[in-house]
Design a binder for this molecule. Structure first.
Ligand SMILES: [Zn+2]
Length: 249
């Protein structure tokens, strides 16, 4: 019998699914930006050595063996558990929303060096956020940045329909801002104030350090989280349950 091939994979655990009574299937974002799925055998048994290292949000260095259908995690070293995310329901919800979008924007065998560092940064930003409004900002910034990187860059300067500069609406379906007269003909375009437009541009551009230190009105932060859900659900082929739960949808 040929020896099993094993490789080290540094990854963030994005999701876990029960497999039988004792095992878990982990969905991970590897440090090359690809999605990896692997079985953690025995990880559901109480006190199992792997259990604490195979939880959502954990950054691990896993030794992964090629399996017949699914890869198998032989060992895992915990690099960062992001433990404080699990101690606070608001942080937990925000981090879960980030992991849902991370899962929907990474693919097997598709390396992308942008994805792993920004996911790690967004999770640690959720640990640092001083209040719920800043958690909203962290989630919104992560989703807009990753989606823009992945090809869903919103058009925010001129009307998506006619190219006019005076814009007052946002249409997730059409991919950006619209002027008043074009928006009248389109379904689902929401009103957009100058402040809201400035914030959208800021989310795309500003690093997390800056966003964490920003003054933001709670209603603006919530609006940004809401429009983030509209943008993501219009373009990603996935149900974003954690983001919906966070927004009370
Ligand atoms: Zn127009």
């Amino acid at each position: 019998m040929p020896r099993a091939r094993t490789t080290h994979v540094k990854a963030v655990v994005l999701a876990k699914t029960a497999l039988g009574e004792k095992d878990l299937i982990l969905t991970m974002l590897a440090d090359d930006g690809s999605q990896r799925r692997a079985v953690a055998k025995g990880a559901r048994k109480p006190g199992a050595r792997l259990a604490g290292r195979c939880d959502i949000f954990c950054e691990v260095d896993a030794l992964v063996a090629k399996g017949r259908s699914l890869d198998v995690i032989a060992e895992a070293e915990l690099l960062d558990a992001h433990a404080s995310l699990k101690l606070d329901p608001d942080r937990m919800m925000a981090a879960s929303a980030i992991c849902d979008v991370a899962r929907a924007t990474c693919y097997e065998d598709a390396a992308d060096a942008y994805l792993h560092p920004i996911c790690r940064r967004a999770l640690s930003a959720c640990e640092q956020a001083c209040d719920v409004s800043h958690l909203d900002l962290c989630v919104a910034a992560y989703v807009w940045k990753v989606m823009a990187h992945s090809g869903w860059y919103p058009q925010l300067d001129t009307c998506v329909s006619c190219g006019e500069e005076g814009v007052s609406r946002f249409s997730a379906a059409l991919g950006g801002v619209q002027c008043e007269s074009c928006a009248g003909e389109a379904e689902g375009a929401v009103p957009l104030s100058g402040d809201q437009l400035s914030w959208l541009k800021h989310l795309l551009r500003a690093p997390f350090d800056e966003l964490l230190a920003d003054d933001v009105d709670p209603s603006m932060a919530r609006w940004l989280a809401g429009i983030t859900h509209e943008w993501a659900s219009a373009h990603l082929d996935a149900r974003l349950r954690a983001l919906e739960f966070m927004l009370g949808l």
